[in-house]
Structures are given as C-alpha cells and as structure tokens.
Design a protein around this ligand. Structure first.
Ligand code: ZN
Length: 412
C-alpha cells in the first residue's frame, strides 16, 4: 500500500514544474537515464509516486554529473552520504532554503539569545542552516559550534551570565550540554527553547533539562543533507512526528520506507523520490494542527550482519535502555575482513544512578543472550566475545556530534 500527501494545494502547478525539472535533469545522467525510460511527463503530484525512487548513491552519481550552481550568491558544498572514505558532495545555495522553513515555523524571535551548538565546518550543513534561521528570526546569536570536554563548564557559566534563552544542536550534543550543566550545578533559568536536528530526539534528555532549565521545551526539525529541512515540530507534537513543509512532498512506499521530493524551485539537488533509509507513516498529529503529519519510525537499515545472521541493533539498544540505571546504549561491532570478532554493548549510566555499579551488566548480558537469537547463535562457541560494558562516553562522530546506535570497527 502506498500513500502520499502534500500539505498545501496552492501553487501546485509551479511545484509540479520543479518535479518535472528534477526528472528532466535526472534523465540527462548517463548512469541513470535508462531507469527513467517511459517516465517523461509528471502529470500530478500523486503521479510522482510512479517514478522510480533514488537511493543514496544514485543522488551522488547524479550530482557528480550535474554539478548544479546557485542562481544567486555562493554554491555551498556539503558532505552528503557515505560515512567513510572521500566525502560525497551535495549542494545548497546561501540561505539553505530556510525562508520556506521560517514561513511555517519560527521558534525564535528578536528577544531570543540563541546558542548555535551545531558543529561548524567539515562540510556539515547544520550550523549554517541554524544560522540562517536565526538571521530570519532576528535574534541574538552566540555561534559556539562544538567544544571539547573540558570547555563545557566555562561556556555554561557564560550562557548563564548572558541569560541565554535558546540553544540548538544534535540531541547527542545537547545531552552533553545539559549533563555537564547538571553535574556542575549550573542552571539556565532563562532558557525556554531547545532546537534539535540531526538525530531522533532522546527522551533521556528531559530529566537533565528539567533540572537545568525547567522552562525549556524542545523544537525539532527533520531532514537530511540531500533534502534539507523536510518538516518541523513544536513542544505540542510527539517528538517523532513532524509537519511537512509545503515545498516538500513525502511518500510512504513499500516496507514503510519514506521517500522525499523537493518542490522548492531553488533546490539544487534533484531530489525526486529520494529514500533516506527512514521508515515512517502519515498520521494526524496529537497537537491538533490540521493536515497530515509524518511520523518517523526509525531507520530500516539498522539490521547488521553478524556472522551471517541479522542483528536488529535498534531492538538491542531499546531493550538495554529500558534497564535500570541505563541512560543510553550503543552496539559496537569489531570486524576483521568482514567477520564479526566481537559485539560489545556500551552502556552509559544515567545521571540519577549513584554509581556505575548500579547498572547490572551481567544481568543485561544474560537477558540479551536469552532474548536475541542472533547473539546466542553467533556467539555459541565464544560467548566471551559478546560483552556489555559501562562506559564514560559512547562513540560519536567528531564531525557532526551524532551518536548512532551502532558502530562497526575494523580490527587491524
Ligand atoms: Zn503537531
């Protein structure tokens, strides 16, 4: 079953023309042209669902051929897809399409003092996108980017002195800010707004937020480097549900996979039924705002092969995070030439627990082996290579500050 929707019907014709332009451009890409045989004219927004989807590498192949240029101002290059090796490149014009976001969603106003805590540089777009939004909102901006572990307390004292009202970052980075503030006994009573983008919301943040900034509420954006911002939510919406922008079209295909079509005429990337790997569904949002909203169910590529068996990483992480004293968990797979040597579940103890010893790693390990066929079977002969370990910090991406549910390491 497929389902598609677009939030607004106005200017449907010009949005259709954008989709048609993307299709025309994709048909000029030698490596992709054949798949679009028989797809020449897009007759309606619903008709887009009949065009073949793009997966991550397809878009990079198209962009390498098309090399789009912004009509006005600079053409920015950002890292797009591929977490290893040479960066694959996506393009965006100055402004990063944030005018369309701001027209629908304005969490900041002129009185806000906003800390931009998304990392800057290394070809990641989030810091610049947030700066563009702040520009449109006319607030005061403190461009901090990423900081090292020993810098948090000094910066937090500065934020308190400046009566910061808003902060933005990936949920993984926000957790560091709030956990460090709580540990240092620093409060931010003026803080009202926590903007987030880049990962799923982490509900464990809320305990630290309540202690540090009791008035703070979350404001989320959903998107990718290829699509830019697709949807937004407010404190009244569930954290996994986003209202889709009028210039974006979301379609739910087989296996609940979401694909995205950008209908903004300034869009440089030919995003036509582009699949990010996220699954989702169209729902009525609990906030009561009319029109369909997109509920994101998580990634469909969170199944990793361990010794020939599929390991459902998100299930493992969810099970461990339900355990007493656990704040967050991450699966680290160590491989040698494609074979999994070991699987380790790293556990971050919650701030509420008195000591690391309050997490019963041996019990967690037993429970996981008992409930997970893949683990008990794959490590039948060397059970010592499946471990649960309490750690001070999970493994995160230095560039983006994101902490994914699993990490694969090559043992040399
Ligand atoms: Zn809502």
């Amino acid at each position: 079953m497929t389902e598609s929707f677009s939030q607004s019907s106005e200017a449907a014709e010009s949005r259709l023309a954008v989709a048609q332009h993307s299709l025309d451009r994709l048909k000029t890409v030698p490596a992709l042209a054949a798949r679009y045989d028989g797809h020449d004219k897009i007759l309606s927004l619903d008709h887009i669902a009949t065009v073949p989807p793009l997966v991550k590498d397809d878009l990079n192949v198209a962009l390498a051929h098309l090399e789009p240029k912004a009509e006005h101002g600079a053409t920015w290059l950002f890292q797009s897809g591929g977490s290893t090796g040479a960066p694959k490149v996506g393009y965006a014009p100055t402004g990063f399409y944030m005018a369309g976001v701001h027209a629908q969603w304005a969490p900041l106003d002129r009185d806000d003092v906003f800390v931009n805590g998304w990392g800057a540089g290394r070809m990641w777009g989030a810091h610049f996108l947030a700066a563009s939004l702040a520009d449109l909102c006319g607030c005061q901006v403190i461009a901090v980017g990423s900081v090292t572990a020993d810098e948090y307390v000094d910066w937090l004292a500065f934020f308190a002195a400046r009566k910061v009202t808003a902060i933005g970052g990936t949920p993984s980075v926000l957790r560091l800010w709030f956990a460090n503030a709580r540990a240092a006994g620093i409060t931010l009573p003026a803080l009202r707004k926590v903007l987030w983008l880049g990962e799923a919301w982490q509900p464990q943040l809320e305990a630290d937020m309540a202690a540090v900034a009791p008035e703070a509420r979350r404001w989320g954006m959903f998107g990718s480097t290829e699509t830019w911002v697709v949807g937004t939510n407010t404190p009244d919406c569930p954290d996994d549900t986003f209202h889709v922008l009028p210039e974006q079209l979301v379609h739910v295909g087989g296996d609940e996979l979401l694909d995205f079509t950008t209908l903004n005429p300034e869009m440089l990337n030919p995003v036509l039924r582009y699949q990010t790997g996220d699954a989702g569904e169209i729902v009525a949002c609990a906030c009561g705002r009319p029109g369909g909203a997109m509920r994101v169910l998580g990634r469909r590529d969170s199944v990793v092969q361990v010794r020939g068996l599929g390991l459902h990483v998100d299930d493992i992480v969810a099970q461990v995070e339900r355990g007493p004293g656990v704040s967050r968990a991450q699966v680290v797979i160590t491989e040698n030439q494609g074979r999994a040597l070991s699987v380790e579940v790293l556990v971050l103890a919650s701030a509420d627990s008195a000591a690391d010893s309050s997490v019963d790693t041996e019990q967690l390990r037993k429970d996981l082996l008992a409930s997970t066929f893949t683990l008990s079977t794959a490590f039948q002969h060397d059970p010592g290579n499946f471990r649960v370990t309490v750690t001070e910090a999970l493994v995160s991406n230095d560039r983006t500050g994101k902490t994914s549910n699993f990490v694969v390491r090559e043992q040399t």
